[in-house]
Design a protein around this ligand. Structure first.
Ligand code: GLC
Length: 421
């Protein structure tokens, strides 16, 4: 009998394109940054060398300034838009010009913990690249105190309501004609709308127009918002990278400094009127005023607060399956439109990692139970309707399979505890 574990492993193998894994065939035919780190974590449950290979391939596309791009276009695929020619970064291999949530150090530490001896040479080789990427975040993106994004796609939560106020300032009226490919793969009512897409492209065109000059994009680009999600991920990743470095006998003073600065900057994204961490438009200081799942990643960084926990429980109790990506009690909530309401196993797992570290085992157990139910009922889909568990988006999704193997499956055991120190 084929078990869910067998299916999950077959999905990872099936999406393996040789050293890297695509998120799902068709809709996402290249290597995506944070998907790939989750794929590595998934592979680590049954093929550790392959897990390390995945991270190596990701970092092989790192830019000279330290950035690790959000997409690596290893082989051209006409089924995806915007492809390498639209980004025009001039990199080899071709890549996009923005980054994505820096989960790699967090997951590399968990992967290393599975077999310290086998992983030591691999993590040692990776360490300088991870540190260079973290330095890029610290130097270019953390000037306001929290971590900033220059494109909503960088957040990994593409069209979540957090970005609406920043998006409203972007002029998408001059981007010219183009043909989207995503809506040919999945139901358009579950995807971002055309007005959003026009603006996404305007931001890409700005980056390309200035030769992807990072300082210029941060200073003059059409969009700059502080992202609670990346801020908490980066803070946890700094701490994990420092732990890795200490275990390797490296000097981690610089990394500890970035972590201390970022922790001190958390106050800048606390919105007292909302009683939660909130995205903030760095062009005018305005808060988004919406509760998003990025705020609940605070547990990952030990930055949770009682008021935030009340919001977590309230919005979670208003749905049935996992943490909704937008507030289910607000008017903007759409239970199936991508990041504007649905429950994402990958975010559930990150929040669970935080709940685990934050000493909330009963909440972690609930989240695990609900995520398990979503997958056993609906299959390994990209994301789910949190009200009725309808599977949505792409099928046979890499990170959903990875989350199954590492955390949601009954066979996963206690996988979230980290030992390296
Ligand atoms: C979408 C998601 C993003 C993910 C990518 C590939 O753009 O919003 O988080 O990395 O798809 O799965």
């Amino acid at each position: 009998m084929t078990t869910h574990d067998d299916t999950a492993r077959a999905i990872l193998r099936g999406n393996d394109r040789g050293g890297y894994t695509v998120p799902t065939a068709g809709l996402y035919p290249y290597q995506w940054n944070w998907d790939s780190a989750f794929a590595a974590w998934g592979f680590s449950t049954f093929d550790l060398p392959r897990a390390w290979d995945e991270l190596d391939t990701l970092f092989s596309a790192q830019w000279d300034d330290g950035m690790v791009p959000h997409i690596i276009f290893h082989r051209d695929d006409p089924g995806y838009f915007p492809g390498p020619d639209v980004w025009g970064t001039g990199h080899v291999p071709a890549t996009s010009g923005i980054s994505q949530p820096p989960v790699a150090a967090i997951l590399a530490r968990l992967i290393w913990d599975r077999d310290r001896d086998l992983g030591e040479a691999r993590i040692r080789a990776l360490f300088p690249a991870l540190r260079a990427w973290h330095r890029w975040w610290a130097e270019y993106r953390c000037g306001s105190g929290a971590a900033a994004i220059t494109h909503p796609w960088e957040s990994g939560r593409d069209n979540c309501p957090d970005w609406d106020i920043g998006m409203a300032d972007v002029d998408g009226s001059n981007v010219g004609d183009y043909t989207r490919r995503d809506t040919g793969h999945v139901d358009p009512s579950m995807r971002p709308g055309k007005a959003d897409y026009d603006r996404y492209l305007a931001m890409v065109q700005f980056g390309r127009g200035c030769g992807w000059d990072q300082a210029r994009i941060v200073r003059d680009g059409p969009f700059l918002m502080a992202d609670p999600g990346i801020t908490f991920i980066l803070l946890r990743a700094h701490d994990d990278l420092a732990a890795i470095g200490r275990a390797l006998g490296e000097d981690v003073t610089e990394i500890e400094g970035w972590a201390a600065d970022l922790r001190a900057g958390l106050e800048t994204i606390w919105n007292p009127a909302l009683g939660a961490y909130d995205a903030r438009n760095l062009r005018d200081g305005e808060f988004a005023g919406v509760l998003g799942s990025g705020a609940f990643l605070a547990y990952l960084a030990g930055a949770e607060r009682p008021e935030l926990e009340q919001h977590l429980l309230r919005s979670w109790d208003a749905v049935k399956f996992g943490i909704p990506s937008a507030d289910p009690e607000s008017a903007i909530f759409e239970s199936r439109r991508y990041w504007r309401g649905p429950s994402w196993p990958v975010v559930n797992a990150l929040i669970a990692l935080g709940l685990h570290s934050g000493g909330r085992p009963e909440l972690e157990a609930r989240l695990r139970r609900e995520t398990r139910e979503l997958i056993t009922r609906g299959g390994f889909y990209e994301y789910f309707d949190p009200l009725d568990a309808t599977p949505c988006g792409g099928a046979d999704f890499t990170w959903t399979a990875a989350i199954w193997l590492t955390w949601a499956s009954p066979s996963a055991g206690e996988t979230l505890a980290q030992g390296a120190a």
